[in-house]
Design a protein around this ligand. Structure first.
Ligand SMILES: Nc1ncnc2c1ncn2[C@@H]1O[C@H](COP(=O)(O)OP(=O)(O)OP(=O)(O)O)[C@@H](O)[C@H]1O
Ligand SMILES: [Mg+2]
Length: 212
């Protein structure tokens, strides 16, 4: 998969959020987005996910224009901010409900995604009883369970303990190694430098590749 952002500008109510961003992302790599609060990392992910449209410029996925030739990337796993799970169901049941939408994966893949993120498929607790880190892990499980070609993770290590960070970084690398294109936004410089194949600095709407 090849994602091309060509001269993408996003303004919201007159405010310039992203300013003439041109980038290329390819399968089998982890791209890190780094930048201060409000710099536009989440907005860039929303654009690539097809959740919002550029004001100017275009986003191509394998040569096809997002928002014209397709509404959303064809194979996408997404974690952006607080995942919306149903509080009265277990983690596993929540994943089952999501999996039913696409009908691509079954029980085996769901249990695997839970284990891969350090959750127990047999855990009977309802989502509302989950700790913050468990909620985060379930969000990541939902993003990877269908083995998508494109994975967008906005602050995946938020609320995770040290061991959790290592586990999730390992998981992200395995997803990259099976050929996924992964974009990760992360505040923690050290984590991102250990994880990403390429790092992009986002500042005041501009995005630039950082020397690694
Ligand atoms: N719904 C919205 N309407 C208007 N402006 C918005 C909206 N959402 C975000 N913004 C603005 O867009 C800019 C970029 O926000 P974004 O959420 O992409 O930042 P970020 O880099 O992800 O920050 P953080 O590190 O805090 O997650 C900010 O100036 C923010 O105020
Ligand atoms: Mg953000």
């Amino acid at each position: 998969m090849l994602i091309e952002m060509n001269d993408v500008t996003k303004t919201i109510k007159g405010a310039l959020i992203l300013d003439r961003v041109t980038l290329r992302f390819e399968s089998g790599r982890i791209y890190g987005l780094q930048g201060p609060n409000g710099s536009g990392k989440t907005m860039l992910m929303r654009l690539v996910a097809g959740l919002i449209r550029p004001t100017k410029g275009e986003i191509l996925i394998d040569g096809k224009r997002l928002g014209h030739d397709m509404d959303f990337p064809p194979s996408l796993g997404l974690l952006i901010e607080n995942p919306a799970f149903l509080p009265g169901y277990t983690g596993k049941r929540n994943l089952e409900l999501l999996a039913e939408l696409q009908a691509r994966v079954g029980d085996a893949e769901i249990c695997q995604a839970l284990r891969d993120t350090g959750l127990d498929p047999e855990d009977r607790r309802k989502y509302r009883k989950y700790s913050l880190g468990m909620k985060q892990r379930l969000g990541i499980a939902a993003a990877i369970m269908e083995k998508p070609d494109l994975i967008l993770l906005d602050e995946p290590t938020n609320a995770l303990d040290e061991k959790g960070v290592e586990e999730i970084c390992g998981l992200i690398r395995r997803e990259r190694d099976r050929g996924a294109l992964v974009i990760v936004a992360c505040h923690d410089r050290e984590i991102l430098e250990g994880l990403a194949d390429e790092i992009y600095a986002v500042a005041e709407g501009r995005v630039e590749r950082r020397a690694t």
